[in-house]
Write a protein that binds this ligand. Structure first.
Ligand SMILES: Cc1cc2nc3c(=O)[nH]c(=O)nc-3n(C[C@H](O)[C@H](O)[C@H](O)COP(=O)(O)OP(=O)(O)OC[C@H]3O[C@@H](n4cnc5c(N)ncnc54)[C@H](O)[C@@H]3O)c2cc1C
Length: 598
């Protein structure tokens, strides 16, 4: 079996591309060291290989089952949860006075990448619990934190995000779950939530649901929505488990992939009302929940990158071993067959996979470094810039890896031919697991609307201008490097057209929003491709800087990075041209299509 991920690439991204060692100069990380970072990553790799990866296929083949009373799962998922919690990963990023290790976000994300590549299903519980605990850290009262936070950090409780309802998915402002205030300051929650990942399981004694609900009689839309902590089991003041809350598992849903994570329908308040506790401010639930959603969006992008990367490792390994046919120039039928990896078309597909998966990984880790800077950079202006840029890029960080991750996993099947299609090989499962990523945490269509309708116009276009300034700076630097100057020349044409199209479409937003936003998904794709090309140009800079003094296997590693950058900029970036033509025409064919014409 090949490695789950390319470890050399993770080291390159963390230390050479993102210079994570520079974080050690920040006061928060004064007690950390490169050795601590490396040990964390090594623990992640080992645990992912030894505890998560071995039951990945078994978890896929044995979906959790609900017998009407409890959920049954394969025991390996619980063992994996326990090992993850025992190693301290659930709270590694918390402050020391909260019981955490003050691990930088970006280092923790790299450690998480191992688990995400090893087993999407089993790692799903950890990912949700960490996000839910962060919400509690940000918005919980001291009393709530005292009862719920420590057990979420040490693995006794897990967490969920409970937003979606049977009738409301993308349009969260229309949710119907109700909250009624009680004299003791708590609330009673009534309603049904659907698709809630990890909403019930047999891993932990308690589950802490982060629930969006509207106060009875409150205003309609987002202003009426508040955020509540609703435990499966109530917790007494001394921290012991109390009575069962009125939260019932109505059923498990059966999925195409990601089968190790339960997908649940939850009923709140079928009997007396589920006890819930307000987090943060009344009426601010949706905006507060965006903290968890935005973190999860980087996480979903990273899942997509990791699942794509694993598919790439498997396809590469297979292509290096399977002899098939001969090169067109070899007419000698008695000569040994060529390996798949020697065929140009296979190399084309492997290169595309490499460009998508490694580019996506770099993009998500870059987003994590912006998150890090937003919170811990010593300069206030740098913190503001990081927050602004991350806000703009979040729809891309979620959607680009998800969309092209699907393409990369499709290519893994194609490279392996018939073997790729059968369940005896892992790419078939990876393809199914990957398919969720363009759907959850906001569909691709919703992120297109968010990018064009909100993000590029917010603060009079300040985020867009900052992004463009950063890209221009990279282009100027690479133009001054004769080895990279040619790559920089791929950018001016698509960038100036992106500027034009962005002005044109945003100018139309107020007068005719339906038409302006009709092709928002195409805009997201163009924008994402340009962001990915910029990331590849920056990766090329880092590889070029290191390659001169490189020896041994490192020389091939950097050469591969530079070749993938060339591939992306020469083969993939120009695909924006016809899409930009379409956007400039503000074409309305889909918009004007009538229901009865289908
Ligand atoms: C396996 C899985 C796990 C999940 N985990 C969770 C979880 O833990 N917690 C949670 O709260 N939710 C979870 N979800 C729900 C997920 O976030 C929603 O499925 C998603 O947001 C889409 O909502 P929907 O399914 O209702 O689709 P819809 O909102 O009905 O969307 C269907 C299609 O219509 C498009 N569309 C919708 N609105 C518009 C619009 N205004 N303009 C243009 N196009 C539009 C969408 O882009 C999509 O293509 C999960 C879903 C799945 C499948």
């Amino acid at each position: 079996m090949p490695a789950l991920l390319n470890e050399r690439d993770l080291q390159f991204l963390l230390y050479e591309f993102l210079d994570a060692e520079a974080l050690l100069a920040r006061p928060r990380y004064a007690d950390c060291s490169r050795e601590v970072f490396d040990a964390t990553l090594e623990t992640g790799r080992q645990m992912a290989e030894e505890v998560f990866a071995p039951h990945n296929a078994k978890g896929d083949a044995n979906e959790p089952r609900f017998d009407g009373g409890r959920v049954h799962m394969i025991p390996e998922t619980k063992a994996a949860w326990d090992a993850f919690a025992e190693a301290g990963f659930l709270s590694a990023h918390w402050d020391a006075d909260e019981g955490g290790l003050q691990m930088p976000e970006v280092v923790l994300r790299v450690a998480m990448a191992w688990f995400q590549a090893a087993n999407a299903g089993s790692s799903g519980y950890t990912f949700l619990t960490m996000g839910a605990a962060n919400l509690l850290r940000s918005f919980g009262s001291d009393a709530l934190k005292a009862r719920y936070l420590a057990p979420m950090g040490d693995g006794r409780f897990s967490g969920t995000m409970a937003l979606t309802e049977p009738g409301q998915g993308s349009a969260l402002a229309d949710i119907r779950t109700m909250a009624e205030p009680r004299a003791d300051g708590s609330y009673r929650i009534f309603g049904q939530k659907m698709f809630i990942s990890g909403g019930d399981q047999s891993l932990t004694g308690n589950i802490v649901h982060m629930v969006l609900a509207r106060i009875k009689g409150g205003p309609p839309g987002a202003k009426g929505i508040s955020l509540f902590l609703v435990p499966k089991v109530l917790v007494n003041e001394d921290g012991s488990l109390g009575e069962r809350n009125d939260v019932a598992l109505a059923g498990l849903l059966h999925k195409m992939g990601w089968r190790g994570t339960t997908s649940t329908v939850l009923s709140f308040g079928e009997k007396r009302g589920a006890v819930g506790y307000l987090l943060g401010e009344l009426g601010k639930g949706l905006s507060q929940m965006f903290q968890m959603m935005n973190e999860a969006r980087i996480g979903v992008g990273l899942y997509a990158a990791c699942i794509a990367s694993r598919g790439h490792q498997l396809a590469l390994d297979y292509a290096r071993q399977r002899p098939q046919g001969r090169l067109p120039s070899n007419k000698d039928v008695s000569s040994p067959q060529a390996l798949l990896v020697e065929h140009a078309d296979i190399r084309r597909m492997l290169l595309a996979q490499k460009a998508y998966s490694e580019g996506a990984l770099a993009l998500c880790l870059y987003a994590s470094s912006l998150f890090e800077d937003q919170h811990t950079h010593p300069e206030p202006q740098a913190r503001r810039d990081a927050a602004l840029l991350l806000d703009l890029l979040t729809p891309v960080v979620k959607s680009w890896p998800a969309k092209y991750g699907c393409v990369a996993n499709d290519l893994a099947i194609q490279i392996m031919g018939g073997s790729g299609y059968i369940r005896e090989y892992l790419p078939e499962q990876l393809y199914r697991d990957q398919r969720l990523n363009p759907i959850h945490e906001g569909t691709e269509g919703i992120h297109g609307l968010d990018l064009l309708g909100r993000k590029v116009v917010m603060q009079s276009g300040a985020a867009y201008l900052l992004f463009r300034a950063r890209v221009n700076a990279t282009i100027a630097e690479t133009r001054n490097n004769e080895r990279l100057a040619e790559l920089a020349e791929g950018f001016p044409a698509p960038l100036s057209r992106l500027d034009e199209v962005t002005s044109q479409l945003t100018a139309l937003l107020a007068a005719d929003p339906d038409r302006a936003l009709a092709n928002a998904t195409v805009y997201l794709d163009v924008f994402g491709r340009i962001v990915a090309a910029w990331i590849w140009l920056r990766l090329a800079q880092a590889a070029d800087a290191a390659s001169e003094s490189a020896t041994g296997a490192d020389r091939a590693f950097y050469a591969g990075k530079l070749q993938a950058a060339r591939y992306f900029i020469v083969w993939e970036l120009p695909a924006t041209a016809p899409q930009l033509d379409l956007l400039a025409a503000v074409d309305a064919i889909p918009l004007e299509m009538r229901d009865e014409w289908f």
